[in-house]
Design a protein around this ligand. Structure first.
Ligand SMILES: Cc1cc2nc3c(=O)[nH]c(=O)nc-3n(C[C@H](O)[C@H](O)[C@H](O)COP(=O)(O)OP(=O)(O)OC[C@H]3O[C@@H](n4cnc5c(N)ncnc54)[C@H](O)[C@@H]3O)c2cc1C
Length: 239
């Protein structure tokens, strides 16, 4: 199962994706992520696996009682392509290690902008949140306007480049929140659960929630089935 996860890419939003590029323990090691956690915990008394039933019970005990360090023995490395609005929320989580594409090296492409499928309305009781969708006609009109805005921004960007302006300055013409960015990032399972708890929650912005859910459903649950079960039971359900 874990072998098939390496290199797997999941589409997110209109042009984004997330891909698992590395995993520790490596699937070729023959040790599952759940077992790596259990073995790390058992080093306290210099032991290892005691069979599936006792191993699973121990793992649930660890998570229930917030014995967090064994969960740091598993690491995920992703390549992510997402709009900048997602990036700015993601980088607030200091426990990720990250390297990002640079607009100083690589020119942006015209198709590099996020075009939402629908417009969410402002929430009436939560200043940060959205709720419900705009009526279809207004939705289509705004979509056209956004597209025109992207085209104009990109035209000005290209014009500035053609006039000899540096890439680092020409990008000031681009619509900042919507441009797609690519980055590589790594995190351990303990800190990933913290990220997932905050960013899969209903009050997280949709544009990061879909990435967090993709990580949880396609990679985390598949690489760590017991941990995912315990995380669901003791952390997500408790919320
Ligand atoms: C719905 C939502 C709305 C938000 N709105 C805003 C907003 O309006 N404005 C805003 O600025 N931010 C906002 N944030 C970001 C939020 O304040 C946190 O910065 C972000 O969620 C990262 O959380 P964290 O610090 O727990 O995670 P991480 O940075 O991943 O850290 C994980 C944990 O490690 C520990 N830790 C890491 N670094 C340190 C350190 N240097 N010192 C002490 N402990 C550390 C802490 O226990 C921390 O909880 C929002 C987040 C969410 C989920």
């Amino acid at each position: 199962m874990a072998e098939q996860l390496l290199g797997k890419r999941v589409a997110v939003l209109d042009k984004g994706w997330i891909e698992l590029i590395d995993l520790m323990p490596h699937p070729a090691s023959g040790i599952s992520g759940d077992l790596a956690i259990i073995n790390a915990a058992r080093v306290s008394f210099l032991g290892e696996s005691k069979g599936p039933q006792r191993d699973k019970r121990l793992l649930f005990y660890l998570l229930r009682n917030r014995h967090t360090s064994p969960f740091e023995m598993v690491e995920f490395k992703f390549r992510v392509r997402a709009p900048l609005v997602t990036w700015w929320q993601w980088v607030r989580h200091r426990t990720w290690n990250m390297n990002a594409q640079s607009g100083r090296y690589t020119p942006f492409q015209e198709r590099d902008f996020y075009l939402p499928d629908f417009w969410r309305k402002q929430s009436s009781d939560n200043k940060q949140a959205s709720e419900g969708l705009l009526a279809q006609q207004a939705d289509a009109d705004l979509r056209q306007k956004l597209l025109a805005h992207y085209q104009e921004g990109f035209r000005l960007y290209s014009e500035a480049l053609a006039a000899g302006v540096s890439r680092e300055m020409a990008r000031l013409f681009l619509p900042g929140f919507s441009v797609y960015y690519t980055w590589v990032c790594k995190i351990d399972a303990h800190n990933l659960m913290h990220f997932l708890r905050l960013r899969m929650a209903e009050d997280a912005q949709y544009e990061i929630r879909v990435y967090a859910k993709a990580i949880y459903e396609h990679f985390f649950s598949a690489a760590l089935p017991w941990t995912a079960q315990a995380f669901q039971e003791y952390i997500l359900n408790a919320d």
